[in-house]
Every structure is written in structure tokens, then in C-alpha cells.
Design a protein around this ligand. Structure first.
Ligand code: FES
Ligand code: FES
Length: 215
């Protein structure tokens, strides 16, 4: 006998009840006052140790080599906290959903989108923002100088994210080709379209960081 597939897909009164909490408890013989107690116990057993929040909690972040004490709600992103609570506004909020790179920061030396990291998860990590290296000893970092010399910005909103990504890229790839720069900075978007200038700036900075004209 052939089976009617529709009869298996559509929820019926019977099969809906089959998956209900009441049905489950009844089927294992748990009723009345025992059920809430059992559910409460199960919930407690599943609560991970060390959960923070939901209200604001004090945390310490390591930012640009210094500890920063701040009170955050667990839902707050690192980007929110940097910009709104620590006055570090170099990382920009553009898409706020991990697609444009304007909020790029270094976390333990790797480029990450600050809008995709919860501040409480950044505890114990070394966070570097553009404020941490753009000027050192009163001199601009070679990547910053190269961006200026190559006209690598228009509105400038994407620029801090590009500079952070370029620094990390050059630290890992000191002798890149143009194509490698293009791929390496593929996680950053510029709505003004300054990509050619940015790539030339990164090649220029690579030379400078090896003792060339901008060093
Ligand atoms: S603002 Fe974070 S990736 Fe766009
Ligand atoms: S310079 Fe305007 S978004 Fe890149």
C-alpha cells in the first residue's frame, strides 16, 4: 500500500501532542507538582558555571597595552564598549554586522571585527586599536604615512579599519605583491572606491617598513 507523504508532513492533533512537554511528562509518569520541580532542577543543572549578567558587570580589558576597567552588559559588543565607554572611536561602526571591516581591531595580533565580539569575551586578550599604534613617539606609523602619500582615502570612514588590517597584513607578509595585497585586504570595504590607492599605500608601506623612504 502506498503512503500519502502529506499525511506525514502535516501536524495533526495527535502528532502535535506527541511532542508537547505535557505529553512527554505524562509518558514518563511525571505529573502535578513533581513536574515543575523536575524542570527547575534540569534548568539549574544546565546553567553553566560562571555566567555573567544579565545586568552590567565589571570587567577589565587589555587595550593598547593598558588595563581598562569598564562596566558592561553581556550583550554589548567590543565595538560598543570601545566607542561609547572608553572613548576609543578609531574603530568605526558602519554595517555593525561583520561585513565591512570598518571596526577592525587586533585581538592577540589577529584582525577581527569588533562588532562581532562581545566585550566580555575579549577579557584576557590583547586588544590593539588604531589609537595604539598610529602614532608612536610622535611619528606616524609607516602605514599611516603611506595612506596619506597615496591619497588612499576620500571620506575616510573606512580608513582606520584599512590601516589596522594593512598593519596586520604587513606584519605577516612583509614582501607582498599587488595581488596579495588585494586578497589580504579583502575583508575591508570602501564605499568611496579608494581600493587602488589603498593597495598602492600598502606596497609603499611595505618598502618603508624595510627601511625605505617612509621609515
Ligand atoms: S562595522 Fe563591523 S564589520 Fe562593519
Ligand atoms: S574612503 Fe569613504 S568609505 Fe572608504
Amino acid at each position: 500500500m502506498s503512503r500519502n507523504p502529506d499525511s506525514e508532513l502535516k501536524p495533526t492533533k495527535d502528532n502535535r501532542r506527541g511532542f508537547s512537554r505535557r505529553g512527554l511528562l505524562q509518558s514518563i509518569g511525571v505529573t502535578g507538582a513533581v513536574a515543575p520541580a523536575l524542570l527547575e532542577q534540569t534548568a539549574k543543572a544546565q546553567t553553566p558555571v560562571g555566567v555573567m549578567g544579565p545586568g552590567a558587570v565589571p570587567i577589565t580589558l587589555n587595550i593598547n597595552g593598558k588595563p581598562a576597567k569598564v562596566s558592561v552588559e553581556p550583550r554589548e559588543t567590543l565595538l560598543d564598549v570601545l566607542r561609547d565607554k572608553l572613548d576609543l572611536t578609531g574603530a568605526k561602526r558602519v554595517c555593525d554586522r561583520g561585513t565591512c571591516g570598518a571596526c577592525s581591531v587586533l585581538v592577540n595580533g589577529k584582525v577581527m571585527y569588533a562588532c562581532t565580539i562581545l566585550a566580555i569575551d575579549a577579557q584576557g586578550k590583547q586588544i590593539t586599536t588604531i589609537e595604539g599604534f598610529a602614532l608612536s613617539g610622535g611619528r606616524p606609523h609607516p602605514v599611516v604615512t603611506a595612506f596619506v602619500n597615496n591619497d588612499a582615502q576620500q571620506c575616510g570612514y573606512c580608513t582606520p579599519g584599512f590601516v589596522v588590517a594593512a598593519k596586520a597584513f604587513l606584519d605577516a607578509n612583509p614582501n607582498p605583491t599587488y595581488e596579495q595585497v588585494k586578497d589580504g585586504l579583502g575583508g575591508n570595504l570602501c564605499r568611496c572606491g579608494t581600493y587602488v590607492g589603498v593597495r598602492k599605500a600598502v606596497l609603499d608601506a611595505a618598502k618603508a617598513m624595510k627601511g625605505g623612504s617612509n621609515a
